[in-house]
Design a protein around this ligand. Sequence first.
Ligand code: CA
Length: 761
Amino acid sequence: MKKTLLAIFTFGVSTTMAQFTDKITDPVEWVNPLMGTDSKHELSTGNTYPAIGVPWGMNLWSPQTGKMGDGWMYTYTANKIRGFKQTHQPSPWMNDYGQFSIMPVNGLKLNPDARESWFSHKAEVSKPYYYSVYLADYNITTEITPSERAAQFRFTFGKSDSSYIIIDAFDKGSFVKIIPSERKVVGYNTRHSSGKLENFKNYFVIQFDKAFASTGVWDGKAYMEGTNELQTNHTAAIIGFKTNAGEKINAKVASSFISAEQAQLNLSREIGEEDFAQTQNKAKAVWNKNLGKINVEGGTTDQVRTFYSCMYRALFFPNKMYEINGQNEIVHWSPYNGKIMPGYMFAGTGFWDTFRALYPFLNLVFPAINKEMQQGLINDYKEGGWLPEWSSPGYSDVMVGNNSASVVADAYIKGIRGYDIETLWKALKHGADNEGPITAVGRKGVAYYNRLGYVPYDVKIRENAARTLEYAYDDFTIYQLGKALGKPKAEIEIYARRSMNYKNLFDKESGLMRGKNEDGTFQSPFSPYKWGDAFTEGNSWHYSWSVFHDMAGLVSLMGGTEKFVNKLDSVFILPPVFDDSYYGGVIHEIREMQIANMGQYAHGNQPIQHMIYLYNYGGAPWKTQYWVRENMNRMYKPTPDGYCGDEDNGQTSAWYLFSAMGFYPVTPAVDQYVLGAPLFKKITLSLDNGKKVIINANNNSDKRRYVQSMTLDGKLYSKNWISHGGLQKGAVLDFKMSSTPNKERGNKAVDFPYSFSTDNK
Ligand code: CA
C-alpha cells in the first residue's frame, strides 16, 4: 500500500516537450476530430466518430468503416471505408437514427462488402468543417463540407467509363427515386434504434452538377438497370458517369425529418448556389466564431490541441431537430406523435451524463443555444407528457435518475430567461412525483422513495442506491428553482426535505453509501468494489460522493474534514480491484478504471467525475490542484486514443474545458464554481453579454501546478469558489502558481464552497 502511495504522488507522465504557443487565431485548425475514434466494445478511448458538421447542426457526416447498423461507424484501426454516412448518432451504445450513405466507386460494386476501399490516414484530412480521403481501390478522392442541415460533396474521379455513385438508403424500410432530368436523387430511410417512432422518416435530396450516363436501383440483392424508383426494405440508387482523369463531380445534399419538400428547402436555404469553397469557408468561420469564445495562451501544442478538440466535442449534442419552414416558422417532427409541430426540438443527449458539466458549460459560454434547448424541453413535455432523460430522440429507456431537473434548474439559476419556465416547473414536479411509462422517465420507485426516503435494495428495482442519491440531488435542484421562481414554502419545502434523503443510505460501518432494504437494514453482503447492483456503472467508492448539493453534510457523516480528505485520498490509493458479477463480465468502464493507474478513480465514467474537486470542502484545495492537473495530463491526449472512456456527448470534454479554466460546476443549480487551478498561462473567455473573463497564471507550468495565491479584480481572494454572477459582470482572475502547495489557503470552513445544510438560510 505504501509503495502505491509513493508511486501515485510522484508526478506522472509530463506533457510532451514544451512547445509553447502564442495567441491562437484559428482555433478550428487545432481540433483533431479523430480524438477518441480508436475505440472498440471492450475498451473505449472516447467512442467518438470524426463528426463533420457545424455546432449543434441537425446533420452530421462521418466516413463509415463499419457495416450498416454497426454503432462503431468509424474506427481508427480500420483499413477500409465503405461509405460516407449522414448520421445523428449520439453514441455507439444508442446507435443511429436518420442515416444513409454515399459512396463513389469504379465498376458496379453494389454489395457493401464489395463496395469498400482501402484508405490511409496519411491520405485523409479530418477537420470539423472539411473532410477528405483518397479511396485507393478506385482512385477517387471524396471531400465533404457541411452546413446545419445540408452538405456539399466533391468527388475527384479518374478516367473511367464506369464511374458510379451509390446512394444507399439502408434497410428497415427505405425509398429512393432518381430524377435524371433534374440530375437529382431523392429518398428517405426509416431506420432508427430508439424504441418505436411513429411516422419517422429521414428525407433526403441530392443535387448533382453532371448529367447521369446511367441509372439504376438495387434492393440489397439485385441490380435493376434503368429502374429509377424503389421502395422496399433496403434500397439504393446508383448513378453512372463517364469521367476524365481528375474530373470533379459535385453533389449538394440536404435532409429533413419533415418532408421531401422541406429537405429541398433546407438545401436551397443553406447551400443554394454556393460552390464548395464558399460552404467550406462559412463552416470554418462558424467554428472559429464558436471556438474563439475561449482563447487560450501559453500552453503546449498538445494542451492547445486537446483543449480545442474537447471544445469541438462539447458543441454537437443535443443537436437541432427543428427546421424552418416556407413561412419562416420554426417547426419540428415530433418523436412523440409523429406530427409536424411548432417550435424547437433537440435530441441526442443523456442527462445522466450531461447534467454534470456539459449543460453548465453551455450556460456559461453558450446560453443562447441552451435557451433554445430549454424551449425544446417544453415541447418534449407538451407532446410526450414527460421530460426526456435520454433522448435519441424522444424517450429512451436507459440509465437512471431524474436529472432533467438539474438541466432545467441550472439554466434558470444561471440567468437564462425568455422562455416558459412555468411549464417547465410543472414538468419537473410531474417528473419528480410520478413513475413514468418507462423506467427512465419520471422516477422509478417513487412511492418507496417518498414513503421511506430511499428506493429499497430488495424490491426488484435495479440500481436503487444510485436512484436514491440522484433523486435527492434532483429534489434539491427543484427546490432551488422553486425558490428562484418565488414559489410558496408549502409547495417547495417537501423537495428541500427530500434532498436530505442521501443520509438514509450512509453506512457508518463502511463509511460509504450502501443499498438499504425495505425493512431498514443495509444490503448484505456488501462489497464497495461491486459495480452495478445498487449503483449504476460504478461502485460504492464512485457513488458515495453523489451528494452534489451538500458536501458539508457528507463531511459530517464521514466524521469530519480530516476523515473526509482521507477517504478522498483512498480512492486513488486503493488498487483497482473490482467485482463485475452484476454484469457477468468486465464492462468497458471497469476496464478503463483498471488500466488507468489511478486506483479506484474512474474518470472514464461519469459518477465520480466531480470528486477531485471535493478536497475544497475538506480544507485541502491543493490536493484538488494536484489531481486536476494529473488527470488532465494523463487522461486526455489529442490523439485517436485520447479519451479514457466514453466521451459521452460533451460531458467528459466539458470536464476538461472547465478544469483548464481553473474551476468546475460541482453543484449545478447553484451560482458557484469550485476552484481548481488553470492549465494555461492565460485564458480569455468572451461571454455572450459582451463581458470578458480573463484568467491569468503567468508563472504556470506543469511543476508549478499549485495555487499560492489569487486575486479577483485585483483584490486578494481567499475562497475556494467563484460565483457565476460575478463572472457575468466580467472578471480578472490572477493566479500566482507555485511548485509547493500553500496549505494555509482555502483551509478554513468560511472559504469552502456551497453546501445546502450550512448555506441554506
Ligand atoms: Ca459514460
